[in-house]
Structure formats: C-alpha cells, structure tokens
Design a protein around this ligand. Structure first.
Ligand code: NDP
Length: 454
C-alpha cells in the first residue's frame, strides 16, 4: 500500500488509501486528455476565474488545510498556515499574469515579419514531494493550468490527505473533471504514465534518485521535463557580516520545516575571524529550541516527517562521525514519542567524509571554517549540488561579486534561499534543471511556435 497517513508527532496511523487499479488510472488519464481538448481553447479570462476561485478557497480553508498538513507530515502549525497562504498567492499570481507571459512576441527577421506564439501541449504529469504538500502543487497547478494544459499528479505516499484536499478545492472552484487529477499510484504505474502517449511533459520535485529515474524515462519518450531536486546550499559568513542578522537567518535557514527543505542552508562556511562568535551564538540558538506538539503554537521544534526520515538522518550522522566529524550539539533522537531529532551541529567534516558531499534533509548543520572569501567561494562550489546559497556581508557590492562566482541556480545576499511567486526557482548540477515560478515557470510546458510571413 503506497498511501498511508501517519502522524509523525505520535507515530499513530491516521488513514490508509488503496492505490488506483489500472482500470481506474486509465479512466482518469482519458478524462485528463479529453478535458485538454476543451481547456486548450478556453480563454485566459475564463481559466483565471477558476484559478482565482481556487486561490480564494485555499485562503478560506487555511485552518483546515494547515491542520491536515501538520497531522500528516509534522510541519509546525504557524509554518503550515504560511505555506497555505503562499500557495493561494501563487495560484492568484498566475491567474493574473499568465496571458501577459504567454502573449505573442514580435520578431524582426532580416526579411519579412514573424512572431512567436505560445500554445499548451497537453496533459502534464507532476510527481511531487511531501515536504511542502500544497506549495508544490500550487507551483505546478498555477502556471500549467493557466497555460492551457491539464495535470495529473502523483503526490508523495505519506501525504494522501493533502493531495486529496487540493484536488477537491479545484473541483469546488469549478474545475471541469480532468483538469487537475490526483493519482494514488505506485512507482510502476508512474512509469507507465510517463510512457503514455497522452502525457506530453513531466515535472518532478524530489530526490536525485527519483529525478534520475523519471527524467531517464521521460528522455526515452522524448518528452520535456523539469527536475527540482535536492540541494546542499552554502551559507557564507564573511568577516564584515552583521552577526545578529546573520544568526537570525542561520537558525531560520537551517531549522525551517525542521530542516526538510531542498534550499535550506546546510553548509555554514564562516570566515575564521568570526567563526568562534558565530558558532557560540548559533549553538545557543539551536539549543534553545523546544520539541513539542506541532499543533501547539508555542512549539519551536517539530518532528521529522516520518520515522524512516529520522532513522535515515541519524544513520547519516553516525557515518559522518565514523569518518572523523565532531558532534558539537545534538546527534540523537529526542527522548519523547514521535520522530523528533535534536538540532545538530557537525564540525570537522573533511573531504572524503561522505557527509562532505551528502545532503542532510533534517536539522543537521555542518560548519566549516575558512581563511577568507576566496576559500569560502571554493568550498561553496565544491559540491555536487547547485540549488541556492547565501552570502552575509555588510557590503552588498561585495556580496554581489561573491554571488556571481557561486555555481548555483539562485543566490541571496543577507538572506536565505527562498521562493516568491514572481521569482524563478531551480538549480543546476544534481539539483536538477528547469525553473518553476515567475515568468520562466509558465514557459516549461508550452509550444513556442514561430510564425513567419513575407
Ligand atoms: P523522493 O524523491 O523519494 O519523493 C518525491 C516524490 O517522488 C514522491 O512523490 C515519491 O513517491 C516520488 N518518487 C520517488 N521515486 C519514484 C519513482 N522511481 N517513480 C515514481 N515516483 C517516485 O524524495 P523524498 O520523499 O525523499 O523528498 C525529499 C527530497 O526531495 C530531498 O532530496 C529534497 O531535497 C528534494 N526536494 C527538492 C525540492 C526542490 O524544489 N528542488 C523541493 C522539495 C524536496 P513516493 O512517496 O510514493 O515514493
């Protein structure tokens, strides 16, 4: 059974769901393909009415949606509410801007005239992770539905109730059957969906392993794909950083969503002159976090999303220590029911230690001391990932120069890696390819067609 909803704060099983049968899957794919034939010709203004209504319903249902998320994957309730509201903003952003983003653009050929037009391509298959159960769905639904495509979505096995709630709100907003379809399917069925000729594009957010598997399959079928994978973002602290500001963002950047964020700050690269002060303050701030019920607003440390997520990351810490890393604080599970991990700081992680190249998808910070800016840049770039990164310095011009030399898809000065509806999000190297959100996000699955005339 792929779809099981467990409360990671208690370990209790909440609900289970059967996978779709192959016959049920076929009915849903046929409906998505049939819906495309009318939706592709539906004017932007009519599409926008449904997507704006969906945004409004997300906003109206914030408490219910946030609670479902907290119960299913453990996100602290205030963060859960924030994610729900952000999801509404993304839907609304595309409802308002899609027509402008996809308007014809004039070209100036040497002879005659020409323009580019953008048309939808068909049914797009999304494979999405549990760590932002609604934001991830809004990030594909907003742009691709407004572009005139229809969507079939395989959400992660541990958040079926979030997946179903999102599909329901689109239907409640007036979406025709087949516009947005949640598929409770296995990996084998997902492979067959990628192969299905009615599917014209594939968008995945998840681990490198999932990306390799689904991207290879899409490639075999010559279908366009976008891959948003993991990250091990550098958080660079230069000697002229404002310490209070830096510590505030260091804690948030590592601990938001209990550290289970692709673009979380994971490698703290600190110039030697500030390192002792940074470490002392960071350690004190992490040590002050209190594990508790994520539904309680006073809780500052939530559980990991599942027991297996906890045991995996504890094993990763053990391996790091076996290879010479030192545990400054934490490193163990919290002594209480549920899948809680102590906030953890690792130092002395040297090249050759698996931790040096791995992603820690949880509350584990690695701190590296460097001599100067040059060493910081070299270390930041010594990674298989290339999602985001941060530079902290009072000199913004210097921050920009450093940012330009870091090989990632996104860089942030005096702030942590984050996303906004209007800004492109995505990475390079093992962090994947393609961009979601902003103008670029809606261009991923449209046919950019040249029309030339003399
Ligand atoms: P997974 O890759 O295991 O899961 C993500 C999604 O992919 C789930 O829906 C999962 O389904 C599905 N999936 C996994 N393998 C396959 C397969 N072979 N065929 C079809 N579907 C598959 O990742 P995690 O659950 O471990 O999520 C965390 C990872 O995702 C981290 O590495 C993180 O960095 C990355 N991530 C990246 C983001 C980005 O924007 N770049 C955002 C969020 C997370 P099922 O649950 O049924 O296995």
């Amino acid at each position: 059974m792929t779809y099981q909803s467990f409360n990671p704060a208690t370990g209790k099983l909440l609900k289970t769901f059967d996978d779709l049968t192959d016959a049920q899957l076929e009915t849903k794919l046929a409906a998505a393909a049939a819906c495309f034939e009318t939706w592709r010709h539906t004017p932007y203004a009519e599409r926008a009415v449904i997507i704006e209504k969906a945004a409004m319903l997300v906003h109206d249902r914030v408490e219910e949606l946030a609670r479902t998320m907290t119960l299913e994957m453990g996100k602290r309730i205030d963060e859960a509410r924030g994610e729900v509201e952000f999801s509404a903003q993304i839907l609304s952003y595309y409802a308002k801007n899609a027509e402008r983003f996809l308007a014809d653009t004039d070209l100036n050929p040497t002879t005659g005239e020409g323009h580019m037009e953008s048309s939808p391509i068909g049914v797009v298959f999304g494979v999405e992770p549990w760590n932002f159960p609604y934001y991830q769905l809004a990030r594909v639904a907003g742009p691709h539905l407004m572009a005139g495509n229809t969507l079939v979505i395989k959400h992660a096995g541990c958040v079926p109730q979030c997946a179903i709630a999102f599909e329901k709100l689109l239907l409640d907003a007036g979406a025709p059957v087949g516009l947005y379809t949640n598929l409770l399917i296995s990996h084998a069925q997902s492979d067959r969906v990628v192969d299905d000729p009615r599917i014209k594009g594939v968008a995945l957010t998840g681990s490198v392993a999932a990306g390799r598997s689904i991207a290879a399959r899409a490639g075999q079928n010559l279908k366009p794909s976008s891959m948003e994978l993991g990250g091990s973002d550098a958080f660079i602290v230069l000697e002229d950083a404002d310490m209070e500001h830096t510590i505030k963002w260091a804690v948030w950047g590592r601990m938001y969503n209990t550290g289970q964020t692709c673009c979380a700050a994971k490698r703290f690269i600190v110039v030697e002159t500030l390192a002792d002060t940074f470490i002392a303050k960071f350690q004190a701030a992490l040590g002050a976090l209190k594990a508790g019920d994520p539904l309680d607003e006073k809780t500052t440390l939530g559980p990991l999303s599942s027991e297996s997520a906890l045991t995996d990351i504890l094993k990763q810490v053990d391996v790091a220590v076996t290879h010479g890393a030192k545990v400054l604080i934490g490193g163990k599970r919290v002594d209480r029911p549920g899948s809680y991990m102590q906030p953890t700081i690792l130092t002395d992680v040297k090249p050759g230690n698996p931790a040096f190249r791995d992603e820690f998808f949880g509350p584990v910070a690695m701190i590296f001391r460097v001599k100067d800016e040059e060493e910081a840049i070299a270390l930041a770039n010594d990674s298989d990932f290339g999602l985001g990164g941060s530079v902290f310095t009072k000199d913004v011009a210097r921050g920009k120069r450093v940012a330009s030399r870091i090989d990632t898809g996104m860089m942030f000065i005096n702030n942590i890696s984050w996303s906004d509806a209007e800004l492109p999000f995505g990475g390079i190297k093992n962090s994947g390819y393609g961009r979601e959100l902003g103008d670029m996000g809606i261009q991923a699955f449209v046919n950019k067609k040249l029309v030339r005339y003399v």
